[in-house]
Design a protein around this ligand. Sequence first.
Ligand code: NZQ
Ligand code: ZN
Length: 393
Amino acid sequence: MNLSAYYTPTKIVFGKGAEEQVGALIREQGCRKVLLHYGGGSARRSGLLDRVERSLEEAGVAYVSLGGVVPNPRLSLVYEGIRLARNEQVDLILAVGGGSVIDSAKAIGYGAATEGDVWDYYTGARKPEACLPIGAVLTIAAAGSEMSNSSVITKEEGGLKRGCNNDLCRPAFAVMNPELTLTLPAYQTACGCADILMHTMERYFNHGDNLELTDGISEALMRTVLRNALVLKDHPENYRARAEIMWASSLSHNGLTGFGTDGGDWATHKMEHELSGMFDVAHGAGLTAIWGSWARYVCQNRLDRFMHFALRAMQVGPGEGMEQTALRGIQAMEDFFRSIGLPTSLSELGISPTDEQLEQMAESCIQAVGGRPLGTVKPLTAQDVAAIYRMAR
Ligand code: NZQ
Ligand code: ZN
């Protein structure tokens, strides 16, 4: 059991109309001028940005705006944001959007509060020592960045996608109105549900001891997402299901489902970051394209966990022995992914990497974790990672 620290400093304001409180929340932080950061246009089209701007004006909070964040957010815009934040002397970065916008805001927050090249924090060359406060108005339930200590940025040159984990970037507040997710395309809703499941599964599949309570929370969270993702497939307007999924997105990635564990595996995430760095695919779909191959490759090392996952999360009947039950659970999850329109192979994802590209991604995965084996369930070498990518073809 690894009972160490649990730190979730983010104030959550949840429910219909919650975005109207954003100006007051910023004043509560003692801040007066913000960089308003957003994506490619959905927040403007839906009228959300107008409401946020109105709330800032009413609270007497000045702002400068920087839109244009794309999925798999780019380093060049982060540099632009840092320049703007410094020149304008803003004291908080307000992200209005999903994981990509929040991650970009976190990177700007690091860069504006410290000296030197912000990319160093993403390569691991240096550790950030400060970050401007971050606020988030969440528009898609997925990455969990609204409460997480993580930020993932892509450097255009070389398609390098790298994460920086540090408590300094955990948002001071997150505004979560499930109604804001009603405008999402069905594919993005599904990708988000997959990412939420994966954040819990990455922690659930570990190679250490586990807390019964943490396991119970994780299994309930997974069942909730499995059930409500199907509700949203047929009834995307269902507010209750949107609310369940939105809250799950935060709880799956704020540390709660990893408390008392060795931290989890994370190999599927690292392998996906290579895919979305090189091919610019949606993160959630990249994860579902490779997870089944990863699970079959490593499950012998933790058949007990995979069996519990099958019985308690996927709720399949027991097979003949642990291995068959474990494999049933993996199959059930892949069936679920397909049922909500997500890929379970690279070809279904719409990409066909060459052998050289697979080897390159495998090497890059290992480099991203400092040359050590990847994951904990079965520590993977570059050869193992390449084998999993090939299985996923
Ligand atoms: O840019 P706009 O126009 O807003 O369009 C976005 C984007 O195209 C659209 N969208 C968002 N909210 C919408 C909407 N469209 C209509 N209505 C709305 N309400 O959805 C698309 C995807 O948005 P994005 O922010 O990219 O999605 P997500 O939240 O899944 O974030 C993905 C990024 O987060 C990283 C991923 O690697 C990826 O780069 N992750 C961040 C993590 C973290 N910081 O803790 C953990 C994750 O594991 C993940 O790696
Ligand atoms: Zn993720």
